[in-house]
Design a protein around this ligand. Structure first.
Ligand code: FAD
Length: 390
């Protein structure tokens, strides 16, 4: 076996081989289907760039940078009728001239039925419902290369790493800080893998495809970044399965009965998967953390750092990167909330409550990570051979 990554994923409870085979056979196909259902494909987000740190100077040169956010035409008639009739005609024209890439603002009242508004101490997002919030069809705005690069992009990653989660020195005792660093690094690896997996190879012919050099230069050539990706995947997977009771009973109602039942059934298959339970019942063991003396202060400090990272997402100068950055950081914040805030020592009696958007972010993040893990598993041997000139 020529596997490069073997043994237990550091600080987790399952080994690389198991993660890869489970992901390939069970998780990735399930998640792909789940995120395509109406409940999970619409994310509500304030895309207005409201950067609290620097005036926005980063512009990207590709059209793929901007998010297409227009009225939806695929929804069942009864679902749209009452409010769409009143919309001005302009709103029905998609900004990018792509009639399929559309979003229905009127989804709101319907889709939020049964979901509560609740704070997440790990995130900075202002979820106040107002005209600045828009729905984005994630399936039609894929995370991919956008051309966003240079000082603006670099400054954000630098701020995230240097101000908020300095790389732990080897042997550092504080496990909790190490977790935060690894989550960010794992997310960064996943974003880079998606950029490399869906790259504009030729601007004149609009040819898109894999960019193996980029994947190697940013992720595959750095084993610790690959390990952090696997760690982040298992961490988020653990959060989803830990919240199983809540997620099983949640409302997946968008008015599309058939699709909503499908979302519910896929969700159950994910939450109570016999193969997953047999091979990797505890992807990450959060009970091992937060036992130190400085626990409450440390939790607050890490929470504050993560909120800063969440706020930094408003400074991402490319709209589509901002969309996926916000979604995935909210997903991580939701995983942190599930694993570290609820039923933990400082909130022993507080039951878990999640916002609809948190659930959408969490599941879409898991799906992105699952896809990156699959790419790494498939591409790594190819890239190694290529880089070695074989
Ligand atoms: P960067 O990826 O910017 O990395 C900067 C530095 O961070 C590296 O030099 C290295 O020292 C360190 N580093 C890199 N990876 C890791 C890791 N995994 N762990 C630890 N340290 C690491 N561009 C797109 O084309 N599409 C997108 O969807 C997109 N989304 C983005 C979302 C966010 C939130 C941000 C901040 C940027 C996004 N970008 C996106 C830009 C993209 O991430 C890169 O910043 C850009 O392509 C320039 O890459 P780079 O080679 O300078 O290295």
């Amino acid at each position: 076996d020529s596997r490069k990554y073997t043994g237990i994923v550091e600080d987790c409870c399952c080994d690389y081989e198991t993660v890869d085979s489970l992901n390939r056979a069970v998780l990735h196909p399930l998640l792909q289907e789940l995120v395509a259902t109406p409940f999970f494909r619409y994310f509500k987000v304030k895309l207005w760039c409201d950067c609290p740190f620097w005036p926005d100077d980063g512009m990207c040169h590709l059209r793929d940078c901007s998010v297409c956010e227009c009225p939806e035409n695929e929804f069942p008639e009864p679902f749209k009728k009452p409010s769409l009739l009143g919309l001005p005609l302009d709103d029905l024209v998609c900004q990018e001239g792509n009639p399929q890439a559309t979003v229905d603002r009127t989804l709101d009242t319907m889709a939020f039925r049964g979901w509560i508004e609740i704070d997440n101490p790990w995130t900075h997002d202002d979820e106040t419902d107002n005209g600045e919030m828009t729905y984005v069809n994630l399936q039609l705005n894929p995370e991919r290369y956008t051309g966003y690069t240079g000082p603006s992009a670099r400054r954000i990653w630098d701020a995230i790493y240097s101000e908020n989660c300095p790389k732990y020195s080897t042997g550092e005792a504080c496990q909790e800080k190490k977790v935060l660093y690894k989550l960010i690094s794992g997310l960064h690896s996943s974003i880079s893998i998606h950029i490399g997996a869906d790259y504009l190879l030729d601007e004149t012919t609009n040819l898109w495809g894999n960019n193996l050099e980029l994947m190697y230069g940013r992720v595959l050539g750095y084993p610790d970044r690959v390990r952090n990706l696997y760690f982040t995947f298992l961490f988020v997977l653990r959060a989803v399965t830990k919240a199983a009771d809540y997620l099983e009973q949640a409302e997946y109602d968008t008015g599309n009965h058939e699709e909503d039942l499908k979302a519910q059934s896929l969700m159950r298959q994910l939450l109570y998967n016999p193969k997953l339970q047999a091979a990797c019942p505890l992807p990450f063991d959060e009970a091992k953390l937060w036992h130190g003396q400085s626990e409450p202060e440390l939790r607050q400090q890490i929470q504050k750092q993560f909120r800063n990272i969440s706020a930094l997402m408003d400074c991402v100068g490319c709209e589509k990167c901002r969309l996926w950055g916000k979604l995935q950081v909210l997903g991580l914040g939701t995983a942190l909330k599930i694993l570290f805030s609820v039923n933990g020592q400082n909130h022993p009696h507080q039951p878990l409550q999640l916002q609809r958007n948190e659930v959408i972010a969490l599941v879409n993040l898991l799906s992105r990570l699952s896809e990156s893990v699959k790419f790494v598993n498939e591409m790594d041997p190819l890239v190694e051979m290529k880089m070695e000139g074989l």
